[in-house]
Design a protein around this ligand. Structure first.
Ligand code: FAD
Length: 503
């Protein structure tokens, strides 16, 4: 077969104007804006999903690559900082009813080693403190309501993410993209016409007629108009591993500015879990659940009860979720970005990270000028591995739950299919065998690294029941005191940092 070298496309047509569409637009403008005609078409009939308000630390890099200051975008999006996620009620084991999954920094190097050491002892049946919140500075940032930005005397970066209004983020990126020369078309795509070779030939829109380009970007959300409907790229459902397929979103009033702690709270409920995301303008709340176990009405009632909004005149948005991924994210002359390429439920807020990763890797590969077919194949393997790696960590939350209050939680523990990698990680942990060896063995495929695995397994109390005393456990009080001290010494209050950003 003849090899065709990759080259920068002369024209790109992005279909869809949700967060994925606008992130794609800004990324392509930054990479190729000078010589590529970039157009985005979005329907005036179909809205955006309009949720997606938390990020991982990776998003920081997206804005810094585009030279966008926090003060600029955070102020426009009612954004707050995020130092990690608190998980109440996933475990019912006494003393482990809630745990914290921190974002990390070099501050944590020493106390985290003590945490790993103590977890190892506890796994082998000895007493030791193994609560992740005692060994990471970001836990103290949450407890003391400090912003995760160290003072300038610190010579290293601290990982942190954000909370933001997703509609406003889309609007912010749209304005920027239009100012940079993007052609914006508001029109409904009626059909996608393919060539005899199975590529996209052109799309037909209701008012603007035929539109075509060298490269098509499918950002049409769960409908996946190009990749799924037109090009028939196979979709691999994750519904045997992740049962949640619906969500409800209900906002509640903003917290007082000095009451905003920099974390997402993800609380397990009867048939799923609820997110709580503090913005400066409101709190975003939602319930992600399985419609096979709980009706939409009951789920709404349960969320309203949790929020004390049973009789409040506030609208609940009901959403369906399609959980899984396509087999080829880049197929023929189309790249899928966002919900159109896949979604792994929002438990660790990874969707924008996957969008960013999809875009960055794609641009890099095209710029390499390598052979198209090889690059496409390697690229798809890379993106699939990343989706699957994220999936393993999300699935672990369900597999490790110890709730007994509903059939749902029982099924999440007993009936889900887990990957061999996850099975080996859990088995090794349970048997008290060499956990570090398995972490090293799967280093290439684990998206979540060593601290995250220790946090979830220890945080949920996955240990043998009784524990013998010993004198080898690391001194927990010393770790707590160190984290408290670092937090107080090097970080300012979240409130004052937000006041500066939103001034
Ligand atoms: P959408 O927002 O659905 O946009 C689709 C676009 O396609 C729209 O502009 C629509 O007009 C257009 N379109 C569709 N059909 C046509 C047509 N025929 N013609 C023209 N245009 C068309 N992500 C995170 O990172 N963090 C989170 O905390 C998080 N929480 C989430 C919670 C829930 C319950 C859900 C469901 C998702 C969450 N996500 C989260 C994911 C996040 O919301 C999405 O990844 C993100 O918003 C991108 O969506 P999108 O742009 O792919 O799709």
């Amino acid at each position: 077969m003849m090899s065709i070298k990759l080259e920068q496309p002369k024209s790109i047509l992005i279909v869809g104007g949700g967060t994925a569409g606008w992130m794609a637009a800004t990324s392509f403008l930054a990479a190729w804006g000078e010589n590529t005609q970039i157009t985005l078409i979005e329907s005036d009939d179909i809205g955006i999903i309009g949720v997606g308000e938390g990020s991982t630390p990776y998003l920081k890099q997206y804005f810094s690559n585009l030279n966008i200051e926090e003060k600029e975008w955070m102020a426009a999006c009612d954004a707050t900082y995020k130092a990690g996620i608190t998980f109440p009620r996933w475990s019912t084991i006494k003393g482990y009813e809630s745990y914290f999954h921190p974002f990390f920094s070099q501050f944590d190097l020493k106390p985290a080693e003590m945490f790993f050491h103590n977890s190892g002892l506890r796994r082998r049946g000895y007493q030791a403190d193994v609560h992740p919140e005692n060994y990471f500075v970001s836990s103290q940032l949450v407890q003391q309501k400090l912003a995760p930005i160290p003072d300038s005397s610190i010579p290293f970066d601290v990982d942190y993410g954000y909370h933001f209004d997703s509609g406003k983020l889309g609007h912010f990126l749209k304005t920027r993209a239009k100012n940079l020369g993007l052609k914006h078309v508001v029109d409904h795509v009626q059909s996608i016409v393919t060539t005899a070779h199975g590529e996209v030939d052109h799309i037909v829109s209701r008012n603007s007629g035929i539109l075509n380009a060298d490269l098509y970007i499918d950002c049409t959300g769960f409908s996946s108009l190009i990749l799924d409907k037109a090009l028939k790229v196979p979709f691999q459902s994750f519904n045997k591993s992740l049962f949640n397929n619906a969500a409800i979103a209900i906002p509640s009033p903003a917290l007082a500015p000095d009451a905003i702690a920099p974390h997402t709270v993800s609380t397990a409920l009867s048939n799923g879990w609820a997110w709580e995301i503090p913005l400066t303008s409101r709190v975003g709340n939602g319930y992600v659940y399985s419609n096979d176990f709980q009706s939409a009405d009951n789920a709404e009632l349960e969320l309203r009860q949790k929020l004390n909004l049973v009789d409040a005149d506030v609208e609940a948005r009901h959403l369906k979720m399609k959980v899984g991924r396509v087999e080829h994210h880049w197929y023929k002359n189309c790249l899928g970005v966002g919900l159109s390429q896949g979604f792994i439920e929002p438990l660790e807020a990874t969707a924008l990270m996957l969008i960013q990763f999809t875009l960055e890797k794609f641009i890099k590969r095209v710029n390499s000028g390598a052979d198209t077919l090889n690059e496409q194949q390697h690229y798809n393997q890379e993106i699939n591995a990343t989706f699957d790696g994220v999936k393993d960590y999300i699935v672990a939350h369900y597999k490790l739950n110890t709730r007994t209050d509903s059939q749902y939680w029982h099924a999440c523990r007993e009936d889900i299919i887990i990957s061999n990698t996850l099975a080996e990680l859990i088995e090794t942990w349970d048997n008290g065998e060499d956990f570090e060896r398995v972490l090293t063995k799967y280093k290439q495929e684990l998206v979540y690294l060593r601290p995250s695995w220790y946090c979830i397994l220890s945080g949920m109390g996955r240990f043998p029941g009784s524990a013998k005393t010993n004198n080898q456990a690391g001194p927990t009080q010393q770790a707590i005191a160190y984290c408290e001290k670092m937090a107080k010494q090097y970080f300012v209050s979240h409130h004052s940092q937000l006041s500066t950003i939103h001034a």
